[in-house]
Design a protein around this ligand. Structure first.
Ligand code: ARG
Length: 579
């Protein structure tokens, strides 16, 4: 289905055309002045320059044509040449119904026949998940779902960091303990607690003890060259780590289609080297093998990308390039999106340029780095535990759940069943954390403020869940079968505002996917919930005497719930029945 501004733009473009002006001047956008009109057209200004007449002349000519169209309740021209439009009530109702009964809920299917690989999550095996990985998972999951809702085929890959230094450090430390235990014993005993204990220790040791660091590097090298013992211990570490990760991502409602890791690209590295050699791109620089990735119009120096270190070992860039060969072979997507911390932007610039230069992908394959900012504490510095350490993700989720539970026990409605109350607290806390993150422009830093995120009013996940639970309560109270009702008309400005918000959804989803920015979805969900609350607080729906009116209202709240759930679904947020 076309979005509302696409439909209106078509009508207004025809009017420009009929008046003898270029139809491209007829672009309709949401009004900057909602007090005056719902939509506006600014094309008369560009037209004035082309046709050397005043904008008012063009605007008035177009107005005379648009006035005859029944879909508008008002068409006016404002000095010095704005065309102001508002929709008739009947058209609004019809458009909302068309969206509601559309298979895709009116969301434009702009991605049909296109495939995207989205690389997100990116946790490192053996290292405990910390909050830095939270943003990638939350944002990536939302972008993946928005892309699917707009018709793309999307493959989400976690791209595990399973092949680098962290593994080397763990094995090096375990090896020091081998006197007491055999490799077999160690393998048997490794648990997530072992990894959580060993990694920070080994990491610290490597910073203080160069010999230990060297040892870990050697282990990585041997591992990557197929050392049997190391491979078998590595497999066990990956297994333990992955099963722990799966639990956490499940809690977060984040699902990956592929659990590939850096190590899976290993077998494509020889091919990568061959291609780079064949294309004469690889050259020696201070002992390392590198590819030059500068471009003519660079405004800052872009260093060459290192493919092999002087000791012949592979790097992060090597596995990222080899992974592209693998993905080309297995998926051949039209687009590659990487949801990674802003601080890695140079790395990806180098990787993308090298991949294009080496023709690992076709010319029209798109690479995009979807960077994000850091999550800061109230002091504006990267979020830490109380004693200044790195906050583990699991701990953060536990704290949030506890706070949500405390809050739910003091609210005016306490869910009677304890098990239910617990489950709710988990969902509410995850909703709060996810919405608190996604409402921000992805590339910016933001302040993590649990208290604010858990508030049931304001722009929060809790507010959205609460709004839906209010609709559920009405349904339950009156035992309504929503399916039987149809929106036929509306009666107040509050209702008009709800419908206008719904009508915008197609454009909202389109903008969100074009900019890969979930915050548009968050804002839209909030506006729908807010307009609904205003209407709901001032209306006695169930006791309304006119059956016609009551039925339409019941349909309206069902429509609101359906669209809110769609928003939450693409944000990866699960609703609760009652709260
Ligand atoms: N494991 C990496 C890290 O923790 C993130 C991986 C991002 N994806 C990629 N294809 N490089 O920094």
């Amino acid at each position: 289905m076309k979005t509302i501004t696409e439909v209106l733009t078509n009508i207004v473009s025809n009017a420009f055309d009929q008046c003898g002006y270029d139809r491209h001047l007829g672009k309709v956008k949401l009004s900057n002045r909602p007090d005056l009109c719902q939509y506006q057209v600014d094309g008369a200004f560009s037209g004035a320059k082309i046709y050397k007449v005043s904008p008012m002349i063009i605007a008035n000519a177009v107005l005379n044509i648009l006035k005859k169209n029944k879909i508008f309740s008002s068409v006016t021209v404002a000095n010095p040449g704005f065309i102001n439009l508002s929709l008739s009530d009947m058209f609004l109702v019809d458009f909302v119904n068309d969206m509601f009964y559309d298979n895709d809920l009116g969301i434009p299917q702009i991605g049909l026949n296109q495939t995207i690989v989205i690389d997100y999550g990116g946790p490192n095996v053996a290292k405990p998940l910390h909050i830095g990985h939270l943003r990638s998972a939350i944002i990536g999951e939302a972008i993946k779902r928005i892309a699917r809702a707009t018709g793309y085929k999307v493959v989400g890959d976690i791209h595990l960091g399973d092949w680098g230094m962290p593994i080397g450090l763990i094995i090096a430390e375990l090896e020091e303990r081998i006197n007491e235990l055999s490799w077999n014993d160690i393998k048997q005993k490794i648990s997530i607690d072992t990894l959580n204990e060993v990694y920070p220790l080994a990491s610290k040791k490597s910073k203080e003890d160069p010999a230990f660091k060297k040892k870990a590097q050697k282990i990585v090298h041997k591992l990557q060259n197929g050392h049997d013992e190391y491979i078998s211990i590595w497999k066990r570490i990956v297994q333990v780590s992955v099963s722990d990760l799966k639990q956490i991502y499940k809690k977060l409602n984040v699902e990956f289609d592929l659990w590939n890791g850096e190590s899976d690209s290993e077998k494509y590295i020889p091919q990568l080297i061959d291609i780079l050699n064949e294309k004469k791109l690889l050259y020696k620089n201070l002992g390392a093998l590198v590819v030059d990735v500068t471009e003519l119009d660079d405004t800052e120096p872009i260093p060459p990308i290192i493919i092999k270190k002087s000791d012949d070992s592979n790097l992060y860039s090597t596995t990222d390039l080899a992974t592209i060969i693998q993905r080309q072979k297995e998926i051949t997507p039209n687009k590659y999106w990487y949801v990674v911390d802003n601080r890695q932007s140079l790395h990806f610039k180098q990787v993308f340029r090298c991949a294009k230069k080496a023709e690992l992908v076709s010319k029209d394959t798109e690479f995009e780095f979807l960077g994000f900012g850091t999550m800061n504490g109230k002091d504006g510095k990267p979020y830490k535990t109380r004693d200044g350490g790195v906050m583990k993700l699991d701990d953060l989720l536990k704290i949030a759940k506890y706070e949500a539970l405390v809050k739910s026990q003091t609210s005016h409605y306490v869910v009677p069943d304890e098990k239910q109350r617990n489950e709710n607290a988990e969902k509410v806390s995850i909703a709060a954390i996810k919405f608190g993150d996604l409402i921000n422009n992805r590339s910016k830093n933001y302040i993590f403020n649990l208290e604010k995120f858990l508030a049931t009013d304001g722009k929060t996940g809790s507010y959205l869940l609460y709004t839906i639970s209010r609709i559920n309560s009405i349904q339950k109270k009156a035992n309504i079968n929503f399916e039987k009702y149809k929106l036929t008309s509306f009666y107040s400005n509050d209702e008009r505002q709800i419908l206008l918000n719904i009508v915008s959804i197609g454009d909202v989803f389109k903008t969100a996917i074009l900019e890969k920015s979930p915050h548009y979805i968050c804002e839209s969900a909030y506006q729908i919930a807010l307009s609904f609350s205003k209407f709901y607080n001032s209306t006695k729906i169930l006791s309304e005497k006119s059956e016609y009116k009551r039925n339409s209202w019941i349909a309206l709240i069902f429509i609101v719930r359906t669209f809110l759930l769609k928003h939450l679904n693409v944000l990866g947020i699960e609703p609760v029945d009652h709260m």
